[in-house]
Design a protein. Structure first.
Length: 566
């Protein structure tokens, strides 16, 4: 997360008014210490100050955190004016706002408003000032002693928990709710649009892997889990996305994350960036595999089926996430991952999810109005006229992904008036084709764009990377591909504009060619899987069959196979 230019320096000092266009009467300083805390403020502050030129906002970068890497990138991308932390004493702010509790605020008489950067005080984290651990989200007693700190909470239970651990916080808590959860609720009706933005096809289920940071996190315990899930779940029925805590990105960097997850990325993993996009990706998810991090808790509160793949000793007893740990099923990492996911997806949303939401979030939908009222009260201004802010629908997500270019394919044939060919494909980057059984046939299929030559040379089926302009051109490509790779049995290419649905030309090793026609566009590898199965089962090639991807009816495709010369 490095390499971006430094953010623009803020205009501060006694004579800043000489260059300022907006002559604000109040100065709000945002303490930016970690990516997580900085992003949380950026997600809600524009709604709180919308249209108000009375407040001048300055972002002060505190570089003292072990997870400060990437903060300046976030601020630069947002277009923020930034003040170096050591110059904070040059100005007299009216309010300091932060979602990082562990800041060293200079002396002064201005208040400090601390927002949670997750769901409450649910995790113990290393204390940068001592060898011990501390409660995440709780400000140091030294700041509480000044009487300047105000801590926002999303539930009365969090206030009670905080006061039990830090009695000096009494009278300085603000029950405002959770703006992030309100946005998730407001966006639930857009799940299909978010799936489409991620490239999840109609009929596919999206499984979101969520990992907090540290050795007890999901990826700390099982860094290979995304790849194993991709190996266990047929890729025409499922997509897998990963949301990693920003501290993972900050501590290890994108290069190492991509290196550790290289096989999963080659197998189609959707790697969600650490800033903003995780929220709409979570709304899009059909199920969550997570740990004791906030994203898992948000997913459970939204009613998503949750499987806990890890649960660390750093989780705090008596919290909402502890309730989740008591009620959510555990993922058996040594068991059948596909069967466990399928079982979780079959279960309806339970009362356990409602109980988790009740314990974590009080009075959803009111966080932004309450937070704005608190902010203006502390900064000493009346709220702007007009309606209070409300949670907006989240923008579509984005994710880093790579095209899958090789597949381990398993097929089976059910005979009847119209035979049914069942196809299950798994990315060859993480799964090798098993041997045939009495009921199934297996083969390796590779696209010509596959970079691993060993896979291509072992493939039984080759596919063209792009449609051919005509059936004749597709047949020529197939013949050439079979000459270049003598170990292959079939080569398939789609035909551009081939019929009402789609046409794929499949060339055979013996020189024959067939045309596979479908009522909807079908990938060349799927068309070739039908031909491969017919050949292995001794079924006549000129026939009509049903291609079935999974057990869900909308994944049925009628396929007609005919001679290429017909």
């Amino acid at each position: 997360m490095g390499g971006s230019p430094e953010p623009l320096r803020a205009l501060v000092g006694n004579d800043a008014w000489r260059w300022s266009t907006f002559q604000g009467s109040r100065t709000l300083v945002v303490a930016a210490r970690t990516v997580t805390s900085t992003v949380r403020v950026l997600e809600c502050l524009p709604a709180l100050l919308r249209g108000d030129a009375r407040v001048t906002v300055v972002f002060a970068h505190d570089p003292t955190s072990a997870f400060s890497e990437g903060v300046t990138d976030v601020l630069h991308d947002a277009g923020c004016r930034v003040l170096p932390w050591d110059r904070l004493g040059d100005i007299a702010p009216d309010l300091v706002l932060s979602a990082s509790e562990n800041i060293d605020v200079p002396d002064g008489d201005y208040p400090v408003l601390v927002l949670p950067h997750g769901v409450g005080f649910q995790k113990l984290v290393p204390d940068s000032r001592t060898p011990r651990s501390r409660l995440s989200g709780a400000v140091p007693d030294a700041l509480l002693d000044t009487g300047r700190a105000w801590l926002a909470t999303s539930h009365p239970d969090q206030e009670r928990q905080l006061l039990a651990a830090h009695p000096k916080a009494a009278g300085h808590t603000l029950p405002v709710g959770d703006p992030c959860f309100d946005e998730l609720l407001a966006s639930r009706g857009h799940a299909d649009a978010y799936k489409a933005a991620l490239g999840v096809a109609a009929g596919q289920r999206l499984v979101l892997v969520s990992s907090t940071w540290g050795p007890t996190s999901l990826l700390g315990c099982a860094p290979e889990l995304p790849a194993r899930l991709l190996a266990a779940l047929p890729c025409d029925e499922y997509r897998v996305a990963a949301v990693l805590h920003p501290n993972v990105w900050s501590a290890h960097g994108p290069w190492q994350i991509r290196t550790v997850q290289a096989a999963a990325l080659d197998a189609g993993l959707l790697l969600v960036p650490p800033v903003h996009a995780w929220r709409s990706a979570l709304v899009a998810a059909d199920a969550v595999v997570g740990d004791h991090g906030s994203v898992t808790l948000y997913g459970a509160a939204l009613g998503k089926p949750v499987l806990l793949g890890a649960y660390g000793s750093d989780a705090v007893p008596g919290t909402a996430v502890a309730q989740l740990a008591r009620t959510a099923p555990r993922l058996d990492l040594d068991g059948d991952l596909g069967a466990q996911l399928a079982a979780a997806l079959r279960e309806p949303s339970s009362s356990a999810s409602a109980e988790v939401a009740r314990l974590a979030f009080a009075e959803p939908g009111r966080a932004l109005p309450r937070l704005r009222a608190a902010l203006y009260r502390l900064i000493g201004l009346p709220e702007p006229p007009g309606d209070a802010p409300s949670a907006l629908v989240l923008p579509p997500p984005r994710a880093e992904s790579r095209e899958v270019t090789s597949w381990a394919v398993t097929t089976s044939l059910t005979d009847g008036a119209r035979p049914v060919v069942d196809v299950r494909r798994r990315p060859a980057a993480v799964s090798r084709a098993d041997g045939d059984t009495s009921r199934t046939y297996t083969h390796l299929a590779c696209d010509e764009a596959e970079r691993d030559r060993r896979l291509t040379e072992s493939a039984s089926v080759l596919t063209a990377a792009r449609p051919a302009p005509s059936a004749a051109a597709a047949r020529r490509w197939a013949q050439d591909a079979l000459c270049r790779f003598p170990g292959a049995l079939l080569a398939a290419s789609a035909v551009a504009g081939g019929g009402e649905g789609g046409e794929v030309v499949v060339g055979l090793r013996d020189g024959r060619a067939v045309v596979v026609g479908t009522r909807e566009a079908t990938a060349p590898g799927l068309a070739a899987a039908v031909v491969y199965t017919c050949l292995r089962a001794g079924l006549p090639l000129e026939t009509a069959v049903t291609l079935r991807l999974g057990t869900r009816s909308e994944r049925h495709v009628t396929v007609t196979v005919r001679s290429a010369s017909a």
